[in-house]
Design a protein around this ligand. Structure first.
Ligand code: MUC
Ligand code: MG
Length: 373
């Protein structure tokens, strides 16, 4: 049989409404925008990928529009004619011609893996060396902006056994107000839930010294990215003194960042995100650095839709230990999906069947309906 070649890689932008406003320190989401990638191969196989960020340019250096433009103009043309089943060669070529652009590259690597999995009849997790679990615990983010509403939302999630880990987005309000909000939620939920916070870099070190102490003393389990990624020595100091573990999120913009954070001792937990490393294989390189350094792991999200969530999940299924679980709830934040069978969430976990590739089929009608024209 002759080798399958990449015939085309096309992109489209999809806007999906959220079930409620989702308030992060840097941006309030009313919708999520996905860049959907379709990689067509000469053997008739199509690989699907997703490149997604949060809040246009509010979170990272790539926006949906810039990802689409860069893939269309620079990345896709390099891939056309290359072997579809040589993911190393494809990704190394992209790394040579494009600095950074890890979000766009993550969508491409996901599409290549999906196609190869379909070609070989194997789930992506098996292409990545094999899964050691079939499901992943999933946290939910409470980010309505209202304490009572957040508590009601958490109670409902506990009742229906969908989530028992809650991440609170803070940092936009004055410190004392945020601390009161978090402590009220922890008090209401008690030992029935793990309560964590994500500050999205919004504190300075002086605020973080107090914030981390008070939160740790009040039973908060994990503090994500309290200060700027740029303040490396501050992160090292906080990691030493905070009573609750510190997780690096924005600090990791590449596999190389993960190495230097581990070497400096700047965090005891890493949030793994396929988008910030360049794909499901790239994020496993960061995981390996963490494992070697004794840093604990958490399966993070850029609030991807179902395609990006499944791509992340297949990578996370292969990890030896995910001490802090995952937050792969992106599809649940959206009012509609663009795949035919929505990911399965039950008993606090996301369950991933052993279907070839990413295990999804695009819903062409809904894609046509929600795609940006
Ligand atoms: C982030 O900073 O972690 C993940 C969950 C959520 O609500 O926001 C994201 C981004
Ligand atoms: Mg975060």
């Amino acid at each position: 049989m002759s080798q399958a070649l990449i015939e085309s890689l096309t992109t489209l932008i999809v806007d999906l409404p959220t079930i409620r406003p989702h308030k992060l320190a840097m941006h309030t989401m009313q919708k999520q925008t996905l860049v959907i990638l379709r990689l067509r191969c000469s053997d008739g196989i199509e690989g699907i990928g997703e490149a997604t960020t949060i809040g246009g340019l509010a979170y990272g250096y790539e926006s949906p529009e810039s990802m689409k433009a860069n893939i269309d103009a620079h990345l896709a043309p390099m891939l056309v004619g290359m072997a579809a089943d040589n993911i190393n060669a494809a990704m190394q070529t992209l790394d040579k011609i494009a600095k950074g652009n890890t979000f766009a590259k993550s969508g491409i690597e996901s599409a290549l893996l999906d196609a190869q999995g379909k070609r070989l009849g194997l789930p992506v997790s098996e292409l990545l060396g094999g899964r050691v679990r079939d499901s992943l615990e999933v946290a939910w983010t409470l980010a309505s902006g209202d304490t009572a509403r957040d508590i009601a939302e958490a109670e409902q999630m506990l009742d229906v056994r969908r989530h028992r880990i809650f991440k609170l987005k803070i940092g936009a309000n004055p410190l004392e107000q945020d601390l009161k909000h978090v402590i009220a939620i922890k008090k209401a939920l008690g030992d029935r839930a793990s309560v964590r916070v994500d500050v999205n870099q919004y504190w300075d070190e002086s605020q973080a010294i107090r914030g981390c102490q008070v939160l740790g003393d009040n039973g908060i389990d994990l503090i994500e990215q309290p200060i700027s990624r740029v303040n490396r020595s501050g992160q090292v100091r906080l990691n030493l003194r905070s009573p609750a573990p510190i997780m690096a999120d924005e600090s990791i913009e590449s596999v190389e960042d993960a190495f230097s954070l581990a070497a400096d001792g700047a965090a005891s937990v890493f949030a793994l995100k396929i988008a910030k490393n360049g794909g499901p294989r790239a994020v496993l390189r960061t995981a390996q650095i963490a494992e070697a350094a004794g840093v604990a792991l958490y399966g993070g999200t850029m609030l991807e839709g179902s395609v990006g969530t499944l791509a992340s999940a297949h990578a996370f299924l292969t990890l030896k230990q995910l001490t802090w679980g995952t937050e792969l709830f992106g599809p649940l934040l959206l009012t509609a999906d663009i795949i035919t069978e929505a990911p399965q969430y039950r008993d606090f976990e996301l369950h991933i069947p052993r279907t070839p590739g990413l295990g999804l089929t695009l819903d062409e009608e809904r894609l046509a309906h929600f795609r940006r024209t």
